[in-house]
Every structure is written in structure tokens, then in C-alpha cells.
Design a protein around this ligand. Structure first.
Ligand SMILES: [Zn+2]
Length: 406
């Protein structure tokens, strides 16, 4: 088990601007820097990485696109460029982003995948929002029109990467950026009804109120399971009994977690306390618990989120860089708790994970001590996610796990 992650040897806390001594290593020096110059370092590193990612994932307009998705494909590069534009206001980033989305649009026309992260909804939603920023009314109308044409198959699963909530997230993204009502609630309410119906059919009294399946397994995590589904449902308009079921589902998870504070990957897999990933395990669930603490104002959720974050701190310095099952994704747990509690110890923890990446990721990958990811420049499994995290650290009070927190 120990070889999945690096041991956490960070000091409990290093105050910013503490005087450095000559014997300190480069990582400790980074942690002791005042925030302003450190955030400049993150920004610089992110912008350099962005250039490499563009070169590696995007050649020229009109090229064949083997993977259009945000998860591991070129839409991830577009999403990173949009973030970079938001941070630096560099119009070149916005224009290139818009070109890439256009290519993704052609590449995804025949796709039956409907979600933000892995499907056509991500292309159309990002396309519309970018068109708005460019001031291109015609493209804005085109992408919204295309979005409305997306049909949800009857047998669609409910999870985030390929299922109903992954489509709903695209609706939320559009409403956030283009104004409430862009996708009317009467439309999303029908999808919510389907999710609740399917969750209640598999869950029920005396058990977990809502339960779902993906490829025959009842997952718990953010990518395919309960955490991701509850996460999106909490952003939707729910009836009081539906809200109660969401609350009850999260409490069921808390009551049935591992003694360590970590969470099983699925109902079927309650023995292996191994995975500490956004996709499976404490990190993705912690983000959902932080949201539950805000939505329900219930201390149980905050306490559970704090416990889950402890697991991430101790076992979350994974030997991978990405968002889905890597250090970058795990760092967002601390950022979300920092935003909720204002406790700077959580900012320190986020900084520790990010400074570790800034200081060592390239070296460790080239030495083979860290896995560079099957798609090494992608958003969810590679350096794209790391660059996004660095850009988010320019203003940690606003950081949001990409394509998951709104
Ligand atoms: Zn993963």
C-alpha cells in the first residue's frame, strides 16, 4: 500500500515569511515564502506548462482529434486556456480556446456521450460560454442550439462521467456563466426526477435512501458514484423529501466509512481501504461533504469532511500528478475546507501539496518515481490538472475543483 503515495513528511505548519536558514531544502523554502511571490511562482509555472500542453495536445486547426473530451482529450486544453484567460485576461488564450472548442465540436458531432467531462455537453457548454466572452453572438446561438439538441438516452446511468448528473453539471455551468434560466429549471427538473426515481428504486428504507449502479457496481466516489451524484443534486432545486434523501445518503456513507476515515470505492468493495483519489475514496467525498456542510448547515458533515481531509493529508500525496487520482485533485480538498472555515492551516496543506508538485513533479516523473499519467498532458490524468491547480492558487479563496465545483 505504501508505494501508492509518498510519505507525508511536511512540518505541521510553516508560517509564511518565516526567516529561512541556509540548511533548508528548496521545498521548505517555498513553503516559507510570503504568499504574493509564491503565487507569482505558481502562475509562472502554470503559464509555462500551458505552452507545453498546447504543443503536446494541439497542433493546428483541422487536425484529426483522437479524443475530444475534457477528461483526457483536447477539450481539457481548451478548459485550461479558458482558466488562463480568466486569470491573466490574455485574449490569445481565449481565441485559441475558441478554436480548439470548434475542432472538438466537429469531432463530437456523432458522439452519444452527453456529459460535461466526457461528452458533447462539455463541448457545447464551454463553446457557448467562450463565445459569450469573445462577443461572438452567432457562435453563442449555435452552441446553445446544439446543446438543446442533446438527447439523453432512456438507459443513461446517473453518475458524473457518463450519466445524468454529468449532463446536469453542464446545465449548471451554462446557467452560472450565461445567467440563470439559460437552461430552464423545468428542463433540468425532469432529469432530476429520473435520478431520484432510479436512486430510490435501488435504495430504500432501512438502507441507504438513494443508491445507483454503474456497470453493475454501486460506486461511492465522485467519478462514478454516490458522492458525485449527491454533489450535483445539491445544486439543483429539490423537494424537501428529496433533500432529506440526499442528506440521508450522505449520512449512510459517513456511518459506513472505514475506521481510518477513508471511504470504500463501492458497496461491493467495503474491505479494501486503499484508494485515496478524487474518483474513489476520501478526496471526492470530502468535497461533497464540504458542500453538504454549506447546504444543510449540519456539523456532522463538516466533522466528516475534516476527518476525510486528514486521510488525504496522510495518504494523499499520490505518485501521480492529475486531478482524478493524483496530487493536484487531492489538493482541492484543503482549498475547499479553507474556503469554508477560513482556517489557514488548510491553505498551508493545499500549498504543501502544490509546492511539492512545483518543486519535484518534473524531476520525480523523469526519474520514474512518479507516474506521468497514461495521457501525460491531459486535464484529469496529467499535467493539465496540475497547471489548473497552480492557476487556482493565484487566488485560493476562489479555487474550484475543475468541472466539479461551480
Ligand atoms: Zn481516477
Amino acid at each position: 500500500m505504501a508505494d501508492r503515495f509518498f510519505p507525508n513528511v511536511f512540518p505541521d505548519f510553516v508560517p509564511e515569511a518565516s526567516p529561512s536558514t541556509p540548511q533548508e531544502d528548496s521545498l521548505t523554502k517555498l513553503l516559507a515564502m510570503p504568499y504574493a511571490p509564491l503565487s507569482e511562482r505558481f502562475k509562472r509555472a502554470a503559464l509555462d506548462l500551458k505552452e507545453t500542453i498546447i504543443i503536446e495536445t494541439w497542433g493546428f486547426p483541422g487536425q484529426r482529434i483522437p479524443d475530444f473530451t475534457l477528461y483526457c482529450g483536447v477539450l481539457g486544453t481548451a478548459f485550461l486556456l479558458f482558466k488562463s484567460y480568466q486569470v491573466t485576461n490574455n485574449k490569445n488564450d481565449l481565441n485559441l480556446c475558441s478554436q480548439i472548442v470548434k475542432a472538438c465540436d466537429s469531432a463530437s458531432l456523432g458522439s452519444s456521450d452527453v456529459t460535461f467531462i466526457c461528452g458533447r455537453a462539455g463541448v457545447c457548454a464551454l463553446g457557448a460560454v467562450v463565445a459569450k466572452h469573445v462577443g461572438d453572438e452567432q457562435s453563442l446561438r449555435y452552441y446553445l442550439d446544439q446543446f438543446e439538441k442533446i438527447k439523453l438516452p432512456k438507459n443513461l446511468p446517473d453518475e458524473l462521467l457518463y450519466g445524468r448528473v454529468g449532463f446536469l453539471w453542464a446545465c449548471l455551468f451554462l446557467n452560472k456563466h450565461l445567467g440563470q434560466g439559460t437552461i430552464p429549471s423545468i428542463y433540468t427538473a425532469a432529469v432530476v426526477d429520473e435520478i431520484i426515481k432510479s436512486g430510490r428504486a435501488m435504495g430504500g428504507k432501512g438502507r441507504c435512501p438513494l443508491m445507483f449502479e454503474w456497470y453493475g457496481e454501486k460506486y461511492w466516489g465522485a467519478a462514478h458514484g454516490l458522492a458525485g451524484i449527491m454533489h450535483v443534486l445539491m445544486d439543483m432545486e429539490l423537494k424537501p423529501d428529496e433533500l432529506e434523501d440526499v442528506k440521508g445518503t450522505l449520512k449512510y456513507m459517513i456511518n459506513n466509512r472505514f475506521p481510518s476515515g477513508n471511504y470504500p470505492a463501492s458497496e461491493e468493495d467495503k474491505k479494501r481501504d486503499v484508494l485515496v483519489h478524487w474518483c474513489h475514496g476520501a478526496p471526492g467525498i470530502a468535497l461533497t461533504l464540504v458542500k453538504a456542510a454549506k447546504v444543510f448547515g449540519d456539523q456532522t458533515f463538516l466533522d466528516a469532511a475534516v476527518n476525510a481531509a486528514e486521510v488525504v493529508w496522510n495518504r494523499g500525496l499520490l505518485k501521480r500528478v492529475g486531478l482524478c487520482h493524483g496530487i493536484s485533485g487531492n489538493a482541492y480538498v484543503f482549498l475547499s475546507l479553507y474556503q469554508l472555515t477560513g482556517n489557514i492551516e488548510y491553505l498551508y496543506r493545499a500549498k504543501s501539496f502544490a509546492c511539492f508538485l512545483l518543486d519535484s513533479a518534473h524531476k520525480l516523473i523523469s526519474q520514474g518515481e512518479m507516474h506521468g499519467g497514461d495521457r501525460p498532458y491531459s486535464m484529469f490524468e496529467g499535467l493539465g490538472g496540475m497547471a489548473y491547480l497552480f492557476l487556482d492558487l493565484v487566488d485560493p479563496s476562489q479555487a474550484k475543483f475543475p468541472a466539479y465545483d461551480l
